[in-house]
Each structure stands twice: as C-alpha cells, then as structure tokens.
Design a protein around this ligand. Structure first.
Ligand code: NAP
Length: 315
C-alpha cells in the first residue's frame, strides 16, 4: 500500500515528488514515457528562476529527479494503463504492476496537437516532427517549415536555425501570440521567414517530405511550398483519457480542480498542464506540483484521524 502515487514526471510530478518526499511520504512516481515530460524535449530553458545561465531541459529534469530522490522519492519507469478511483484505497495498474494508494497526484501533462491533414501521419517521424530538440539535427542545411504562432513555434523555430538553411513560420492569423522578445529575435534572424494568414492543407512527397500545400485564409489562394521538413507547434491536448468517467473533466478534457487542486474525488489531486491550460510554464507546473503535494500531505494526515472519506465518482 502506497501513501502517495504521483502519475507523471514532468516539472509538476517531479516537484510534487520533492515536496511529498520531504514530508516523509516516500512517494512513488510512475513516470510515464519520459522523465521531464515536455521540458525534456526543450533544448534550453532560460526562464526557470535560479538558473541565470540557460540550462538544458533534460538536465533540469534530471536535477529535479535527483533532488526528489535525495529525500526518498521512488521512481517506476512504467505507464499507468488503468485507474480505479471509485474505491479507496485507489487502484492503479501499470504494464508491470498493480498498486494501491491512499492518495494520488495526477501530473500526466499534455501532448502536442496534430494538424490532422493528409501526409501528416504518413511522414510522422520521417520529416514531420513536434520536437525540434529531437529532430533538428536531421535538417542540417535543409529547409523546414514551422506551423504555429505561439511561443513554441518561435522558440523552436529559432532553435532550428542552428541546423536548417531556412525556417519558414506559417501562421493562420496575421498576429502572432508569441512573446514579443521571441518575435523580435525571430524577426532579426536572417534565416527565418514568415507566411501569415495561411494554413497547411497537406504534406506532400514521395518517400520523404518534399512540399506543403498551403491555403491563404483570406484570398483562398492555394499553392505549394517546397520543404524538407514540417515542425508542428499548434498547442496541446491534456493527457486525461485514462481518467474519463473517474474524474470530472472540463469541456476541453482538462481535469477540473478546486483552488487547492483537489479533483472531484477526495484524495486525488491534479497538477500542471493536465489541469492548467493558461500558464503552461515549467515554473508554474512546478508550483502546482508543490501545492498538490502539500494538499495530499494534509489529506493523508486527516486520514489517520478519521474514517476514509467516501470517494464519489463524477457523473
Ligand atoms: P499556444 O500558445 O496555444 O499557440 C498555439 C499556436 O498554434 C497559436 O498561434 C494558434 O493559432 C496555432 N494553432 C492552433 N491550432 C491550430 C491549427 N489547427 N492549425 C494551425 N494553427 C493552429 O501553444 P504553444 O506555443 O505551444 O504554447 C503553449 C504554452 O506554453 C503557452 O502558454 C506558452 O506561453 C508556453 N510556452 C512558453 C515558452 C517560453 O516561455 N519560452 C516556450 C514555449 C511554450 P492562434 O494564434 O490563431 O490561436
């Protein structure tokens, strides 16, 4: 029987692990696909306080993990495939084990959204990517397009200029939503070009990506743009499929929580991008992780003094 299981090992899960470990809860972290989550696919992090020099995303995640381990957090490199929050203790099944826990923090994060156009699936991982850090190198001296107009598109687009000959940012509106500092850097980078008010309608090629088909949303004019690669940064979907029918989700699929990060079942908490669609920063997710761990600790302390609260599954 575990005191606390933390699902996910991004900044939220890792910080929850640190706080819970320091509260002597000996939490078990079920990491999912990777330690670090999205931060592990970020080349450099420049806005995490305490690191005046840029730090690699993977290194930051590894340091967070080590810090949590130092105080007794345990890590299981497996994926939760089924949960039962309808009874207490809660049950969690992974590919390799079955666990019971008195409290759970869900920190499963979010996954990059796809374009859902012809060619995307066909060339996935072979010219179509959602990770510049992972795949940028393959585009040394090549031309790539980046789809999206937010911080990710600009940050990753700038990163890709280290390798690619030319990076064209394609955005569906005229205004970008990326931070001004990133927009300014991109505008001053001679390798970056922009195509606005335009959407990608298909990805074309024979055996490899050779072009994208574009449609101007104002004029409806269509054309082909030759390219060697397509990087997609158009936002995220919360990883909550596992919790459907178990926890209350909002209309976009994010876990509904109260102001203290309690989900709809007493003893289950949510932290990070799985519940937060607004801030989505490593530091805000880390903050949510700390908050969730503090609340889990209170819940467990109360459990010792009174009967187990009745777990009520949402409709
Ligand atoms: P985002 O802010 O949600 O931006 C997504 C972009 O993709 C928007 O420009 C959106 O267009 C466009 N888009 C959405 N669906 C589309 C579709 N089907 N086809 C074409 N374009 C589509 O996502 P993000 O840039 O990944 O950022 C997510 C969060 O992480 C943000 O809060 C961001 O601040 C944060 N972040 C921060 C940093 C940093 O601090 N350095 C770096 C990366 C991310 P519209 O503008 O028209 O909606």
């Amino acid at each position: 029987m575990e005191n606390l299981i933390i699902l996910g090992a991004g900044p939220a899960g890792l910080t929850a692990a640190l706080y819970a470990a320091r509260a002597n809860l000996s939490p078990l972290v079920i990491t999912g696909n990777s330690v670090g989550g999205q931060i592990a696919t970020t080349d450099i992090v420049e806005n995490f306080p305490g690191f005046p020099e840029p730090i690699g995303g993977m290194e930051l995640a590894e340091r967070m993990k080590q810090q949590a381990e130092r105080f007794g957090a345990r890590f299981e490199f497996d994926e939760a495939i089924e949960v039962n929050f309808r009874q207490h203790p809660f049950q969690i099944r992974t590919y390799g084990a079955e666990h019971e826990a008195k409290a759970v923090i869900v920190a499963t994060g979010a996954t990059p959204r796809r374009l859902n156009v012809p060619g995307e699936q066909e060339f996935w991982g072979r010219g179509v990517s959602v990770c510049a850090t992972c795949d940028g190198f393959f585009f040394t001296d090549k031309e790539v397009v980046v789809v999206g107009g937010g911080d990710s598109a600009f940050q990753e687009g700038l990163f890709l200029t280290r390798y690619a000959r030319r990076v064209t940012i394609i955005h569906r509106r005229e205004q970008f939503r990326a931070q001004p500092i990133l927009q300014e850097r991109a505008r001053h980078n001679p390798k970056i070009g922009f195509i606005t008010e335009t959407v990608v309608t298909s990805i074309l090629g024979e055996g490899r990506v050779q072009a994208v088909r574009l449609r101007n949303v104002k004029t409806e004019e269509e054309r082909e743009l030759p390219t060697d690669g397509v990087f997609i940064f158009i936002g995220y979907e919360p990883n909550t499929a596992l919790f459907r029918g178990q926890l209350e989700l909002d209309e976009a699929g994010y876990i509904r929580v109260n102001e203290r990060l309690h989900a709809s079942v007493p003893g289950v908490f949510a932290a990070g991008e799985v519940h937060d669609r607004w801030f989505r920063q490593a530091i805000t997710s880390a903050g949510f992780g700390a908050m969730a761990a503090m609340e889990a600790e209170k819940f467990l302390a109360e459990l010792e003094h009174r009967r187990i609260p009745t777990a009520v599954a949402p409709r």
